[in-house]
Design a protein around this ligand. Structure first.
Ligand code: RTP
Ligand code: MG
Length: 140
């Protein structure tokens, strides 16, 4: 397996509950290394731009409002097969369907307030990393 990168967001429901460290620890224990990290408060422009792919979905407005509601932590994660490894430790979108030991099973509150985002392909990982980070901010 090649060492690759993925993009992660620790969402407002987690920063609000002071779970930044707990979530990051689960990512690290899954074999991922945090090679970039910053706490930001997303603007409407950022939230709508980042989730533009979901703009026609019924939950889009709610999703954008949630992601702007409080700070988030955006991260670049590096590891073997990072996208899949991260999706595995995150668990299913709906925490009621997430496997034991996953971040969402452990911490998520609902399908909307589901604690983390993770890229779903290598191609999207690159787009999402570039959306939030300059190359100079990533230290592998
Ligand atoms: P993510 O993109 O956040 O890593 O999550 P995902 O791939 O598991 O889920 P996706 O289908 O891409 O949806 C993006 C986010 O939208 C919210 N959502 N709400 N109310 C709903 O039915 C609903 N469905 C999705 C979730 O916060 C999901 O993570
Ligand atoms: Mg997704």
């Amino acid at each position: 397996m090649a060492v690759t990168r993925t993009f992660s967001i620790i969402k407002p429901d987690a920063t609000r509950r002071n779970l930044t460290g707990a979530v990051t620890q689960m990512l690290e224990e899954a074999g991922l290394r945090v090679v970039a990290s910053k706490r930001i408060h997303m603007s409407r422009e950022q939230a709508e731009g980042f989730y533009a792919v979901h703009s026609e979905r019924p939950f889009f407005g709610e999703l954008v409002e949630f992601m702007m509601s409080e700070p988030v932590v955006v991260q670049v994660l590096e590891g073997e097969d990072a996208v899949t490894r991260n999706r595995d430790i995150m668990g299913a979108t709906n925490p009621a369907e997430a496997a034991e030991g996953t971040i969402r099973k452990t911490h998520a509150l609902s399908i909307g307030e589901n604690t983390v985002h993770g890229s779903d392909s290598d191609e999207n990982a690159k787009i999402e990393i570039d959306f939030f980070f300059d190359a100079s901010e990533i230290v592998g």
